[in-house]
Design a protein around this ligand. Structure first.
Ligand SMILES: [Zn+2]
Length: 677
């Protein structure tokens, strides 16, 4: 963990960043074994594309103007320089190079949806591009873009990528061609890690004396509540979200025509070092004009859209709108499959509408991902398309819901109108219409579809066992599943086989059949995310869990920045409620000698309460320790025996009570199975 100056009170990326640690399989090795042994299976075990898949992809190809060159022209426009031998290395020796994706060229193989293949080609371009007079972008060094805006004396850098290493590589390319004038300001467009974690690479060296003084002059502009959102988002649910993210991003998958191709938003980047800097300027209203180093910028505040804290801005001189991530060259996620709260489609669409209203002269749209849109007419068409895609999904989901339709029925019914669907930027490369419609439903109605049959059904394993029995046993289920696969009806085959695998996870034949059904669904998916999710499921069924678990030690380095309040709140979610409820209520004092803070914990009714206040004299024990020691303790780096003997901890009261308390907390390595019970 490299920290930039003013490194915050709470960089609680904790588990999001820990999620990034899972990404190690991406660096060149195959994530699959050779266990499956099917006819036509590749080295990682994935099946050959079936006839039905070939036909489905051919039909897709015929239905879309994939040859339309305009996106390729826009993606290549303004190329200043490209490093053909680009390779980025992490401090821990990982390597990342766009050459891994050199196979993405020419016609789509039968194992990749041709529309996704086209998007993967476009996302594979990398280099420094001049977007307009005084606006440059480094693209293809990370999943996100780093933009450079020319000021009177230096540069304004927008979104310094997701790791210090990829940002440093981008800076070095930019410096070669844009010169050495200082970076005078940094803009973080939003609170997602791929837009700020590389910041240390764009700030001057931190340190003492003049360097430290110089760094203080760099303004850092971010949306209001940026630090809070970065700190709090996903910490409590982070372990499960991290595990689910391995599916969403395909961390355990090999790169290849039968493996990971693209996320739809860009290529998964190098897993490198993360850094942070606390903003000096908050954007909290619209319009919020600012002049930075002579550059007039009109900020738009767009919270609770694509991110909880987000901004966009307009550069009147170039008539350029930076849409951050509220607009992209894909339908984005109203809900991410790793698991986040559903996003507000109406607000999101409303911000794009507001931008159209406020900046009617727009000549150019550039973004935090993907390549720009050039020209007034195209910019307007693009913005309207994005606006209406989210609004259409929102309004039509509610229209159908108000007629009594339930999420799966709505998702199955909805189609984008051809006027939207024919624009590639509105297609589901990252988010999809199907899962976004369900997200809108969930945003308004929650998880229950109103049908009492779905109120209290059996859980997957006993339900599976009953279904298998009702269908005439495992052999009969497999026969029906094979027939369904033969007809290209993998969605039904997956339902049948999922019941069978949950009924009997030891049935190797059922697992391989289910895996092969997922393969075909992956090969047909237009969404890079759906492809990764299906292939991850397939890989797990064939080879078990291959993506790495959270590393508690590395996570601890990050957890060290989370405020103690949040940490105790997270700790409460690890309390074994039933075990704790069986005990009489008790209280413990934690006195952090280095911070001068006392935290009083009470366990009662199976619930852990926490308050920062004066020590409770009735506590069964008072522990005096440092924050660092506490983190090592709760992440399992020091054992309880060492604790009781350690000079770093001073205990007053009952040692047994302390041991008993820690005995009530669950460990969680995040390596739970997903496609098996
Ligand atoms: Zn992003």
């Amino acid at each position: 963990m490299i920290s930039a100056r003013r490194s915050g009170p709470g960089l609680g990326l904790a588990l999001i960043a820990a999620v990034a640690l899972l990404g190690s399989c991406r660096d060149g090795q195959s994530g699959g074994g050779e266990a499956a042994g099917e006819a036509g299976a590749d080295a990682a075990g994935f099946s050959a594309p079936s006839e039905a898949t070939r036909a489905a992809n051919a039909a897709f190809e015929a239905a879309l103007p994939l040859e339309d060159p305009i996106d390729f022209e826009e993606a290549d426009r303004g190329l200043v320089a490209r490093e053909p031998e680009l390779e980025i290395r992490s401090a821990t020796g990982r390597r990342w190079s766009p050459s891994q994706f050199a196979f993405v060229e020419g016609e789509a193989p039968a194992s990749v949806n041709p529309s996704l293949w086209r998007q993967a080609k476009l996302n594979g371009r990398h280099g420094l591009y001049q977007v307009a007079e005084g606006i440059y972008q480094v693209r293809g060094y990370d999943v996100s873009n780093m933009s450079w805006i020319r000021g009177e004396t230096g540069w304004i850098v927008v979104d310094p990528l997701s790791s210090v290493e990829s940002a440093a590589a981008a800076v070095s390319l930019a410096r070669k061609h844009l010169g050495d004038d200082p970076i005078v300001a940094v803009v973080f467009t939003h609170s997602h890690v791929d837009h700020f974690q590389g910041v240390a690479a764009v700030l001057p060296e931190t340190g003492t004396g003049s360097a430290a003084a110089a760094v203080e002059t760099v303004r850092i502009i971010a949306p209001a509540r940026f630090v809070e959102e970065v700190t709090s988002e996903n910490v409590l649910a982070g372990i499960a979200m991290g595990r689910r993210a391995t599916y969403q991003f395909g961390f355990g998958l090999p790169v290849g025509a039968r493996g990971y191709v693209d996320s739809g938003l860009g290529k998964q980047p190098l897993t490198g070092s993360s850094s942070f800097a606390v903003p000096t300027d908050a954007i909290d209203h619209t319009p919020q004009p600012m002049t930075i180093d002579g550059v007039e910028m009109i900020f738009q505040y767009t919270p609770e859209s694509e991110a909880t804290a987000e901004l966009a801005f307009y550069l009147p001189k170039q008539r350029a709108f930076c849409g951050a991530e509220i607009v992209s060259r894909t339908m984005h996620n109203l809900y991410t499959l790793r698991g986040t709260k559903a996003r507000d489609a109406r607000k999101w669409s409303g911000y794009i509408d507001e931008a159209i209203e406020r900046f009617p002269d727009v000549e150019l749209v550039f973004m935090s991902h993907h390549w720009p849109v050039f020209g007034h007419a195209r910019s307007l068409e693009f913005l309207k398309g994005q606006r209406d895609t989210y609004r259409f999904i929102h309004d039509q989901t509610l229209r159908l819901a108000n007629q009594g339709a339930t999420p799966r029925e709505i998702a199955e019914t909805l189609e984008l109108p051809p006027t939207l669907a024919r624009h590639f930027a509105n297609r589901g490369y990252y988010g999809t219409l199907r899962h976004n419609a369900k997200a809108v439903y969930e945003f308004y109605f929650g998880w229950y579809d109103g049908n009492p049959a779905n109120l209290d059904p059996l859980p997957p394993a006993p339900l599976g066992a009953r279904y298998v029995e009702a269908m005439g046993g495992a052999a009969a289920v497999k026969q029906k599943a094979r027939a369904a696969i033969g007809e290209g009806d993998e969605r039904w085959a997956v339902t049948l086989l999922d019941h069978l695998v949950f009924a009997d996870p030891e049935d190797a034949e059922a697992r391989v059949l289910l895996a092969s059904a997922y393969d075909q669904l992956a090969y047909r998916a237009e969404s890079g995310v759906w492809r990764s999710v299906y292939l991850s499921a397939s890989s797990e069924l064939r080879n078990g869990i291959t993506a790495q678990a959270l590393d508690a030690r590395q996570a601890a380095a990050i957890l060290g920045r989370v405020p103690l309040e949040l940490f105790f709140t997270a700790m409460a979610t690890r309390l074994d409620g039933a075990k704790a409820a069986a005990r009489d209520p008790f209280t413990l004092n934690f006195d952090f000698t280095d911070l001068g803070e006392t935290h009083v914990l009470t366990v009662e009714n199976g619930v852990l309460h926490h308050a920062r206040r004066a020590a409770d004299p009735a506590a069964v024990a008072t522990v005096r320790l440092t924050r660092d020691f506490f983190l090592r303790l709760v992440t399992g780096q020091v054992g309880l025996k060492e604790v009781l003997l350690s000079g770093e901890l001073d205990l007053e009261g009952s040692p047994t009570a302390l041991v008993a308390f820690f005995g009530l907390l669950d460990g969680a390595d995040g390596n739970f199975p997903i496609v098996t019970p």
